[in-house]
Design a protein around this ligand. Structure first.
Ligand SMILES: [Mg+2]
Length: 389
């Protein structure tokens, strides 16, 4: 079996004006993604997806990565990853047994493109094996707890919003530290108290600051939140400040979660050695695909760190995250977005199997989901930024 072509297709999912709202990230007017298609000489097509700027990513896939991969056997998925990551020095790197990465491929949008191709390679490889990806990776489970991820409601409205997630059957829910009404410590405490009232004492509650606070504000907030029994405090400060994250972690009994913006096991090694986190949240479409996220999961397990993959984007990313969660023993929970996301929830013919807050694995080969016939027309790329301020 040989890979005959690698293609990247830019996609957008506009948010209708009545659904747009302002958060700390700005006002989201659309979601972008890149669909990666890997075709083989025996008629199989693998599907992957990347985050990042679609026109840039498409150029990277077409000009940088495709020439490295065409002609390879998708069963050699580790070699394909190493080829993409090490670039021209892939052979000496494998001969000597240590990485010699290409200077442009270690992180950023090139790594996001590599991740997208890697997911597509795993899809095609598992289809050829006739098993779902999670079984090709090595299955641990066929269902996993999901948590409802959302929580932007202002003030006391958080009570009803979070109660609504719990009413769907989720026994874990996540809210944003910065609501639609902006941020102050007092307002966040009011919103978290409302959320706790709404869900009662037995549903886990997580909070996510999107890396928007400074160290001292994060520590102050964390200490005040302790009485609300918070399951994790996500990205309290800039994800780049690993020492600062460790400082926040040492100052509170609330577990710290981070990792959705990190690239490769090397970034995670830095988080681990700083003792900066309790929950690792690699994004399979950013951190390096299923090949690299599996290595990150193993490294995390050696530190007693659990995995909760970041899964916010296209259906392809969500499907790949399902397979990761079914495979990694230390993946205890999976993010289930409650945002406005047709490109996640209406991309495939088959619906996701989520019942009473539990996500079930698909039993079909590969990724296990078929793109709808009109998907590429419906989610045609729209130039411009995703967020406006
Ligand atoms: Mg987050």
């Amino acid at each position: 079996m040989k890979i005959t072509s690698v293609r990247a297709i830019p996609m957008s999912d506009p948010v209708p004006p009545e659904r747009q709202h302002r958060t700390d990230l700005g006002t989201k007017v659309k979601s972008d993604a890149v669909l990666v298609l890997v075709e083989t000489d025996n008629g199989l097509t693998g599907v992957g997806a990347s985050l990042g700027s679609p026109p840039v990513l498409c150029a990277i896939v077409e000009h940088e990565l495709a020439p490295d991969i065409e002609g390879e056997n998708p069963m050699f998925s580790e070699r394909i990853y190493e080829k993409m990551y090490n670039g021209s020095r892939w052979k000496p790197s494998l001969d000597r047994g240590h990485s010699q990465p290409d200077e442009n491929r270690r992180n950023g949008m090139v790594m996001e493109a590599i991740a997208g191709v890697d997911i597509a390679v795993w899809d095609v490889k598992s289809q050829a094996m006739g098993v779902p990806i999670y079984q090709a990776l090595g299955a641990t489970r066929d269902s996993v707890r999901g948590y409802a991820s959302g929580g932007w409601a202002p003030g006391d409205e958080a009570e009803e919003e979070m109660a609504g997630y719990a009413a769907k059957g989720f026994d874990a829910v996540k809210m944003r530290v910065v609501g639609r009404d902006g941020f102050s410590i007092e307002n966040t405490l009011r919103r978290v108290a409302a959320a706790r009232r709404g869900i009662g004492p037995n549903v886990e509650l997580m909070v996510d600051a999107h890396g928007s606070l400074d160290v001292s504000t994060a520590i102050r907030l964390a200490r005040l939140l302790e009485e609300y029994d918070i399951a994790w405090f996500e990205e309290p400060i800039s994800p780049d400040d690993h020492a600062g994250l460790a400082e926040v972690r040492r100052s509170t009994i609330i577990p710290i979660a981070t990792g959705e913006r990190e690239f490769t096991r090397f970034n995670f090694e830095s988080l681990f050695s700083h003792r900066a986190l309790d929950i690792a949240q690699p994004d399979v479409a950013r951190a390096g695909g299923l090949t690299e996220i599996r290595r990150i999961a193993a490294m995390a397990s050696a530190r007693g760190i659990r995995l909760a993959p970041h899964a916010w984007g296209t259906g392809v990313l969500f499907a790949a995250s399902i397979h990761m969660a079914m495979s990694a023993p230390n993946c205890h929970i999976l993010e289930v977005s409650q945002g406005y996301m047709p490109m996640m929830n209406e991309l495939f013919v088959e619906p996701y199997d989520i019942r009473d807050g539990v996500v079930y694995a698909p039993d079909r080969p590969g990724l296990g989901f078929t793109l709808k016939e009109d998907a590429l027309d419906r989610f045609e790329y729209i130039p411009g930024p995703e967020f406006v301020f």
